[in-house]
Design a protein around this ligand. Structure first.
Ligand SMILES: [Zn+2]
Ligand SMILES: [Zn+2]
Length: 253
């Protein structure tokens, strides 16, 4: 399996995942043009993408999905309620594929798991090609035992490390937004990401990328250092950070 984080953060999210002939995007949260530009930086022709899988219906995850799916004639998988929410914004005739549990697309099998967030429902995914497993786990206000159980199966994780609580509370956001972000259905803090990671460390886990960082209320160093304080120095070998403006390298898993 290969994967590449095309964008991660509150201004847009998209992840490319490939195994064999299966080439999928998880979320299309930038304009179709920007997604195509970012794919081009990794030499991926958008015409070769097989389909799209959605986590939830917030704009930073679905902004470009209508145009991109229409232009490249792609099927869109998602929870039925997520698809219901976005269908009015799609051009006529998209091939929507509501899933009702685990599902399979060519060489990839997908295990959705629900995460607590203020777009209901919101899902993370375990994505496996039978040899290795990638977990995508962003947009969650807190973590549950069930989420931990899923992440324990992963060889690599894209994990939300959204904000530094002190920066959020002392920053410029209005109180209702501070409440929303720090709430039980908001976004995961650096501190909680560190606690969660410490609790799931195992020999199977080979790479962690901290993502969905807030522009206003976090920095790369704060996210990484807070998480490393929880995980310990051994985390330096396998934990990295992805910032909004950057496309990750193409990781082989
Ligand atoms: Zn988001
Ligand atoms: Zn969201």
């Amino acid at each position: 399996m290969r994967y590449c984080i095309l964008a991660s953060g509150s201004k847009g999210n998209s992840i490319f995942v490939e195994s064999g002939h299966a080439r999928y995007l998880v979320d299309v949260g930038l304009s179709a043009r920007k997604i195509e530009e970012r794919l081009a930086t990794r030499n991926i022709d958008p015409a070769t993408i097989s389909g799209i899988v959605l986590t939830h219906a917030h704009g930073d995850h679905v902004k470009g999905v209508g145009v991109f799916a229409h232009r490249h004639k792609l099927p869109i998988w998602g929870h039925p309620d997520t698809l219901d929410e976005i269908t009015p914004y799609l051009k006529p005739g998209p091939n929507v594929k509501p899933w009702t549990g685990n599902f399979r697309t060519e060489d990839l099998s997908w295990t959705p798991f629900e995460v607590p967030h203020d777009s209901e429902p919101t899902h993370g995914y375990l994505i496996s090609d039978g040899r290795s497993t990638l977990a995508i786990c962003t947009d969650l206000g807190h973590y549950t035992e069930r989420i931990r159980e899923h992440l324990l199966q992963a060889n690599a994780i894209l994990l939300e490390s959204n904000h530094d609580p002190e920066m959020l509370m002392s920053g410029p956001y209005p109180w209702h937004l501070k409440d929303r972000i720090s709430g039980r259905r908001g976004h995961l803090s650096n501190y909680d990401a560190g606690e969660l990671l410490r609790s799931i460390l195992n020999t199977r886990l080979r790479r962690v990328t901290l993502g969905h960082l807030s522009d206003q209320n976090n920095t790369r160093d704060k996210a990484l250092n807070t998480v490393l304080e929880h995980v310990g120095p051994r985390g330096e070998a396998f934990i990295g950070v992805i910032e909004q403006q950057t496309v990750s390298e193409m990781y082989v898993l």
